[in-house]
Design a protein around this ligand. Structure first.
Ligand code: ZN
Length: 346
């Protein structure tokens, strides 16, 4: 089968497309004929590698994907799973049997992993996935959106609901508003009735963010003093209740500054580096909460995908590439010129 893979770690130029052996369906898994897969920044991090990441090469990239079930493993007990079903996947897998998994906290499992991270991914004509991780796609729902939605939406959902406890009337500020997770966070915050302020770098992106529902957009290039604008003009000197900040050291000091007493900063990444200065006086005096979040459990995945399938949350597709153009697609993601998700079709 055709697949996009790496044979060693390095820059995006290491990504190749060629023929590899199709995956074998293990007893608890299903084998899927890929309709679409979708890119995430994780692909770039996995390609680069990190200390402790030991992959079996060739390693197929890709966390998100959807398609048709070709084969059902012998140990799959769920009778509703049928050959021919069109399904999408929760890319987060766990052991399913430890006390943490049995308590429903799958993303705290010691064996928690993301498809395409430690195990072979979805950028191929076929992939396998544990049957507990699949979700049927309603008839007629666009397949590119079904592939693109899971990782970004489940991440943003856990951040805003379980972690930051968003509610109607909150002021939510989203740093770097045009990224995949940020767009999902904007839609989820609006769904709960929050007032959303996004930051971005261009007027063009600002226009799209407003169309997607952002109440205000600040341009951090033209207005580096945007925390002041947010405080005085946009929140009537109240400050922000929740900041979604996965940018890191470039924005953390401003994020802390903008928060109102009792405010929450929630992060699922640090694209500008792992070390940041924090004003601890602000943290204790304003009684702030700094919340880490990664991926989601199975229930959160199902909760957010229900809203996606009902059309209450709408995946934004930036561009479609062929599987043979995976390297070009990853370069496009890395360039930051995209707005929304990038998908691949085999
Ligand atoms: Zn477990």
């Amino acid at each position: 089968m055709k697949a996009a893979y790496i044979e060693k770690h390095g820059l995006l130029g290491e990504i190749k497309v060629g023929d590899l052996e199709p995956p074998i369906c293990k007893p608890h898994e299903v084998l899927v004929k890929t309709a679409y897969s979708a890119l995430n920044h994780l692909d770039i991090f996995v390609t680069a590698g990190w200390p402790g990441l030991k992959l079996e090469f060739p390693h197929i990239l890709g966390s998100d994907g959807c398609g048709k079930i070709l084969e059902i493993g012998s140990a799959v007990q769920d009778a509703s799973v049928q050959i021919g079903d069109m399904i999408t996947i929760n890319p987060g897998t766990s052991c399913g049997t430890c006390p943490t998994c049995l308590a429903g906290e799958h993303n705290f499992c010691k064996q928690y992993s993301i498809k395409g991270e430690f195990f072979k991914g979805t950028f191929a004509e076929q992939f396998t996935i544990p049957a507990v991780n699949i979700l049927k796609i309603p008839h007629g729902f666009p397949l590119n959106e079904a592939a693109a939605a899971p990782l970004s939406y489940l991440t943003a959902w856990r951040m805003l609901t379980t972690k930051a406890r968003v509610k109607s009337g909150d002021y939510v500020f989203i740093q770097g508003g045009s990224g995949g997770v940020s767009i999902c966070a904007l839609q989820i915050a609006k769904y709960f009735g929050a007032t959303v302020i996004s930051s971005t770098s261009s007027e063009e992106k600002a226009g799209i963010l407003k169309k997607l529902g952002a109440d205000h957009v600040v341009n951090y290039v033209e207005n580096p003093d945007y925390p002041n604008t947010v405080f005085k003009d946009l929140t009537q000197r109240k400050g922000i209740d929740i900041v979604v900040d996965s940018v890191g050291p470039a924005t953390f000091p401003n994020s802390i500054k903008m928060l109102n007493s009792g405010g929450r900063l929630v992060t699922c990444g640090a694209t500008t580096g792992p070390i940041s200065k924090i004003n601890l006086n602000a943290v204790f005096w304003k009684q702030l909460e700094i919340l880490g979040s990664t991926m989601s459990n199975q229930q959160e995945f199902r909760d957010v995908m229900k809203l996606v399938f009902e059309g209450k949350l709408k995946p934004v597709i930036s561009k479609e590439f062929a599987l043979s153009e995976t390297q070009e697609a990853e370069n496009y993601l890395d360039s930051g010129n995209h707005f929304g998700k990038i998908v691949l079709r085999p």
